[in-house]
Design a protein around this ligand. Structure first.
Ligand SMILES: Cc1cc2nc3c(=O)[nH]c(=O)nc-3n(C[C@H](O)[C@H](O)[C@H](O)COP(=O)(O)OP(=O)(O)OC[C@H]3O[C@@H](n4cnc5c(N)ncnc54)[C@H](O)[C@@H]3O)c2cc1C
Ligand code: FES
Ligand code: FES
Length: 503
């Protein structure tokens, strides 16, 4: 086991340093759990960034966070309300105030919003403008309508309606060009400053009697976690941030994974996909989504763009949620979970990690390090369905993820039917799987598997969905899976008319 090295953190840098709207900022922190939103509004009086829900849902607090990708700064939309200020260390932040152009002219996105009357009460508008600015900065040509709608899925507007807001994007590209954006023009300078910040010591401070540490190497992370098993491991804060804003928890010690070199690595050797626990859901969407269009679609509907930019695959597994969307998919894919405790690693089939409601097979001080996903064998059948009340930004009532491996003559040799929302943990349907193995995947065996769901699960009954609804949906997903695999069937990728979804 690696030696404990708490001293190393005590000797590290204790000021948070970042670039805010083009200016260098150094802060001596007073509260390890201060949010970015509170800092901006209360500390800096940058009140253009609004607070709506304080839980990552409404997007009123959207700001851009830039980080180095190679030699360039890549800006992403994030929710300032649940992101901790200390996690801005070594990053560049842009708020709506920065969009004002020299002489006070509006940014093309803002001007287009005004010209198309895309704002009424205006409270949601700064967040919408920031989400669209992220889109603008990352697309030289006007993006497709669906892409615009995805960018807006995490921005709630209840009075204007989304039509003019979506149309404003095309208008902005008629007014100007992202290539001429001042944020692009200053990109090289900001990149240079971020590179300088990247060379600084690890951040570690005590404020208000509470520790925040952001190690920069995997060994230091493992040592810190081992040394402070009581610490909250902080990744994207899309769960942990709400403990602060909604439960008013103080969190006595935080160890952030956000600065650990390589912890977010996504590597594909052609046979096995290796996802570092710190890989964002956006990065995971690109890698896992390439395996199957329904996985891509599920990740497109995971939270919002802001949530996917912040949230990580490690956080979504470590939290042990019975309604998390990724766990059933990874179980169906037969993924392997790699855990690290100090210098020791162990690996397990990912389903073995989930022991009971919110109880995982994770020792004190142990961290989730990586998830390994083998490429499905040739001829395997895959299916993923997320069932939720809303298309966008909603937690699943039921999520079904299935993989059938078949031999050369089509007989099912392995069935993995995993569900979220059906039990206290993400779980496989053992009896339904048994009904499928040893025979071709046909209507009769699919029906037997669908019927077996009633023996596999006694689902929970809550305001999101009744037990009966969940059981029926789960059985129907197996029927749908079979229908999709019939010759001539079209693979379902849910794309309801967005006008209806946004009405
Ligand atoms: C508005 C909103 C929408 C959402 N929508 C969805 C959705 O559609 N589907 C869905 O499944 N979830 C959703 N979530 C939940 C959340 O986004 C996911 O659970 C997310 O993946 C958590 O990852 P994170 O990196 O933000 O974790 P954090 O909040 O940083 O941490 C979550 C937990 O994991 C632990 N942890 C994190 N990383 C590690 C590690 N490497 N090792 C050990 N422990 C670790 C933390 O200590 C904490 O207990 C949503 C959340 C919000 C706020
Ligand atoms: S205030 Fe609603 S998402 Fe942040
Ligand atoms: S203009 Fe967005 S809520 Fe009113």
């Amino acid at each position: 086991m690696a030696a404990k090295s708490p001293e190393r953190f005590d000797l590290a840098r204790d000021t948070i340093q970042f670039v805010l709207n083009g200016a260098d900022v150094t802060i001596t922190p007073t509260d390890p759990t201060m949010t970015v939103l509170d800092y901006l509004r209360l500390g800096r009086r940058l009140t253009g960034t609004k607070e709506g829900c304080a839980e990552g849902d409404c997007g009123a607090c959207t700001v851009l966070v830039g980080r180095l990708v190679g030699d360039e700064v890549r800006y992403e939309a994030v929710n300032a309300c649940i992101r901790l200020l200390a996690s801005l260390d070594r990053r560049a932040v842009v708020t709506v105030e920065r969009l004002r152009e020299p002489g006070g002219a509006l940014h093309p996105i803002q001007r287009a919003m005004v010209e198309l009357h895309a704002s009424q009460c205006g409270f949601c508008t700064p967040g919408i403008v920031m989400s669209l600015t992220a889109l603008w900065l990352n697309h030289d040509a006007p993006p497709a309508k669906e892409r615009i709608e995805d960018a807006l899925a995490g921005n709630l507007c209840r009075c204007t309606g989304y039509g003019p807001i979506v149309d404003a994007v095309a208008r902005a590209y008629a007014i100007g060009a992202p290539a001429d954006d001042p944020l692009r023009a200053e990109g090289a300078d900001v990149a240079r400053r971020l590179k300088a910040l990247a060379g600084l010591d690890a951040l570690s401070f005590v404020a208000d009697g509470r520790r925040y540490a952001a190690p920069t190497t995997a060994d230091d992370l493992a040592a810190a976690a081992l040394n402070r098993p009581d610490a909250t491991i902080l990744a994207g804060a899309t769960d942990a941030g709400l403990w602060v804003t909604k439960e008013m928890r103080k969190l006595p010690a935080i160890i952030s994974v956000g600065d650990v070199a390589g912890f977010d690595a996504v590597e594909n050797d052609g046979g096995v996909l290796s996802l570092g626990a710190g890989a964002s859901l956006t990065a995971c969407r690109a890698a896992l989504g390439a395996m199957h269009p329904q996985i891509d679609e599920m990740l497109r509907r995971f939270g919002s763009e802001q949530i996917r930019n912040m949230g990580t695959i490690g956080g979504s597994i470590a939290n042990g949620s019975p309604i998390g969307d990724l766990a059933p998919v990874l179980i169906a894919l037969g993924a392997t979970l790699v855990l690290r405790l100090g210098g020791e690693r162990r690996a397990m089939p990912i389903e073995a990690f989930f022991l009971a409601y919110k109880k995982q097979d994770r020792k004190p001080g142990e961290i989730v390090e990586a998830i390994l996903v083998a490429k499905p064998p040739a001829g395997a059948l895959l299916h993923v369905s997320k069932i939720s009340k809303r298309f966008d930004e909603d937690i699943s009532s039921v999520l079904g993820a299935f993989q059938l491996v078949r031999d050369r003559i089509g007989v099912v040799t392995e069935a993995r039917l995993a569900f979220g929302g059906m039990a206290a943990t993400p779980k496989r349907a053992a009896r339904a799987e048994a009904a499928l193995v040893g025979r071709p995947f046909e209507a009769a065996s699919a029906e037997a598997a669908a019927k077996a769901i009633a023996q596999d699960f006694s689902p929970l009954d809550d305001w999101r969905a009744s037990a009966r609804y969940r059981a029926e949906v789960a059985a129907n997903l197996i029927r749908r899976f079979h229908a999709e695999t019939q010759a001539g069937a079209t693979l379902r990728v849910v794309a309801p008319p967005r006008e209806a979804a946004h009405a």
